[in-house]
Design a protein around this ligand. Structure first.
Ligand code: NDP
Length: 598
């Protein structure tokens, strides 16, 4: 490699590695994920839905539809929309929440915004003639868009909300699935599609004394506007005489902290590990740009972003945001240093480039936060992809406000909750309200993620088949589970823009169901050989992130530092464009290779 004076030297890097290592060690705990509760026992009230909902019990359903879709988030909505476009309208979305929206139904906290550009994140914009009002739209606007999709594609007609599927049972004699729910429904369907989401069960720290707290407490995904007053767009007037603690400083916390700081009497931010906060640069949608859009613009922009963040050659970077700029910087540094000759050289170069990026992030803290000690505490000491990178232009400034105190727990978290106080490092802080921005169960185990029993041919359960790792074709079909389609990132691909993956999978699923129906087939299964070949392909891929995680500071990406959950088989195609191209050319070829229809 050529000498590149813009990057850190090998000697300096070794010092940084030690610093990162010591910060990681500080945070490692023996209890791993069991430090959290997922809304059971004393914590069950934390998962109740605070939104206005009809609590009257409905009559149990006993009927039949062509397709059942589990999940009313973007995955489910896109599946419905693509089926509808192909003339298949007899479907039913079954959704735990009381409306569509998934993540955006639950996460109504003030300041919620998508952190991928809305023009590529919000699907079906062209079809529905809608352009978001800002480059990064608010959660409220995204939820409205989910409802817009649902209305346009007939989702509300048969939709079944406030309902969880508990069991799917394949009936070989009639070639249909029997679906059971927690509302005693019994539904028969020919096809079932599951898009149950990846971050949807709130987790709360098992802090001693939580049930003795006399104030009010809630999780960010169940924001209690009845208590705070206001709404996601209006000031929370009830907080003006309240001392509030926000626990956590992840992607959610950094968005709601500036809002609460504006409205509360005093805000305590309880930090365990600081996030990396890069520039946001949100802006209203430009009229001229909006008027210049030509047919096909959205798909082109989505693909352009995917190519840009995958480091591939593109004529023009259309999105130009903080995600693409990280990759541009990497390419620039590689050009200056020359192409690495070995994998070790490439790893070393990536590490140095990462250090450069993280130094910029730490410098930004120094430039923005006035109190030196607070600025030091807000600096992240780990490689950027160890945690979800965050982007915000008001978060760091919040710590210059008189009514905001950063409680840096140096990786330890809250120690104790008492009747009127939180306790950190032996010090008491009196608070009226505790808001847990402590994240979600990442469901590293796919069986937990599916959330219902799936019993296929010969009474085999999918959890049994997948106990040593997922086994699918394209991450979507699994042999022995006919007419069942799964959306998600296991054995498929991991895009930064998750709705891109979901949409490509939804198109594929709609195509297969349409093919099956129009040829009067009753079932579609997978050839064992095709599945084996796909699993082999997945095993041959090694994701650079999977290699990085064991050295990372604990967090949900690496199962709180307990890396043992990473089954190689649960990985995905590293080259996202390759995955999409495989699905596209498979459909183009038209023979449905690897599937058996009968
Ligand atoms: P995270 O898991 O990212 O963050 C949880 C936070 O809680 C961390 O700061 C964690 O600290 C802290 N924490 C956990 N336990 C304790 C404790 N005992 N005491 C003190 N602090 C504690 O959850 P988020 O909800 O912030 O984000 C989850 C994901 O949701 C993101 O990664 C992103 O994918 C998505 N998201 C997307 C958004 C968007 O698109 N706009 C917005 C918000 C979220 P530590 O780091 O030490 O574990």
């Amino acid at each position: 490699m050529k000498k590149n004076d813009d990057l850190i030297s090998d000697e300096e890097l070794s010092g940084i590695r030690k610093k990162y290592q010591s910060e990681r060690t500080k945070r490692l705990r023996s209890d791993g994920m069991s430090q959290f509760n997922f809304g059971t026992g004393d914590f069950s009230r934390f998962i109740d839905d605070p939104n206005q909902v009809d609590k009257n019990p409905r009559q149990a359903l006993n009927d039949e539809v062509e397709v059942v879709i589990i999940g009313g988030g973007f995955g489910g909505l896109l599946t419905a929309a693509n089926l509808y476009k192909l003339g298949i309208k007899d479907f039913r979305i079954i959704e735990q929440a009381n409306d569509v929206g998934g993540t955006w139904y639950w996460n109504r906290f003030p300041g919620a915004q998508c952190d991928i550009e809305s023009y590529i994140y919000m699907p079906l914009l062209e079809e529905l003639g809608y352009i978001p009002s800002e480059k990064y739209a608010s959660g409220h606007e995204i939820l409205n868009h989910c409802q817009r999709i649902a209305k346009a594609y007939g989702v509300y007609k048969k939709g079944c909300f406030g309902t969880s599927v508990t069991e799917l049972l394949w009936k070989e004699d009639i070639k249909k699935w029997a679906v059971k729910t927690d509302k005693n429904d019994s539904i028969l369907c020919r096809y079932v599609c599951s898009s149950s989401g990846i971050l949807n069960r709130p987790k709360l720290p098992n802090i001693s004394g939580i049930k003795n707290f006399s104030g009010h407490a809630f999780h960010t995904s169940r924001w209690d506007y009845q208590y705070t007053g206001g709404s996601s767009a209006e000031p929370m007037e009830n907080l003006k005489d309240k001392n509030v603690a926000i626990v956590g400083t992840g992607a959610t916390a950094i968005q709601c902290i500036p809002k609460v700081a504006k409205d509360a009497k005093h805000l305590y931010v309880v930090q365990r590990t600081p996030s990396s906060i890069d520039v946001r640069n949100n802006c209203p949608t430009e009229e001229n740009w909006k008027n210049s859009l030509q047919k096909g613009w959205q798909q082109e922009r989505i693909e352009n972003f995917n190519e840009a963040v995958s480091g591939r050659n593109i004529d023009k970077n259309l999105v130009q945001d903080a995600w693409t700029s990280v990759v541009e910087m990497t390419i620039e540094e590689i050009q200056k240093s020359g192409l690495p000759e070995s994998e070790e050289d490439l790893d070393l170069l990536s590490e140095k480039i990462d250090y450069k990026k993280m130094s910029q992030i730490r410098d930004r803290v120094d430039k923005t936060v006035k109190k030196k000690k607070v600025a030091e505490a807000l600096k992240p000491w780990y490689r950027q992809w160890c945690k979800r990178p965050c982007f915000h232009d008001e978060y760091l400034q919040t710590f210059n406000k008189e009514n905001v105190t950063l409680i840096d727990t140096e990786g330890k978290g809250i120690e104790q909750i008492e009747m009127n106080d939180i306790v950190v490092n032996g010090k008491r802080y009196p608070v009226d309200c505790i808001i847990f921005a402590t994240g979600f169960d990442f469901f590293p185990d796919i069986n937990r993620r599916l959330q219902c029993k799936i019993i296929g041919q010969e009474n085999n359960e999918i959890s049994e088949k997948w106990k040593d790792g997922v086994s699918t074709l394209f991450g979507i079909h699994s042999q022995g589970f006919p007419n069942c389609f799964i959306l998600g990132n296991k054995q498929s691909t991991a895009t930064i823009n998750f709705t891109h993956t979901l949409h490509e999978q939804a198109k594929h699923i709609a195509y297969v169901i349409h093919h099956s129906k129009s040829n009067n087939f009753e079932s579609v299964n997978v050839e064992s050989k095709a599945e084996e070949e796909w699993v082999k392909k997945i095993l041959e891929q090694s994701s650079p992130l999977q290699a990085l995680f064991p050295e990372c500071t604990p967090g949900f990406y690496n199962n709180e530092g307990q890396n043992d959950f990473l089954k190689p088989q649960d990985g995905s195609i590293a080259n996202t464009s390759e995955y999409f191209a495989i699905l596209r050319s498979w459909r183009k070829e038209g023979s449905c290779r690897g599937l058996i229809f009968s």
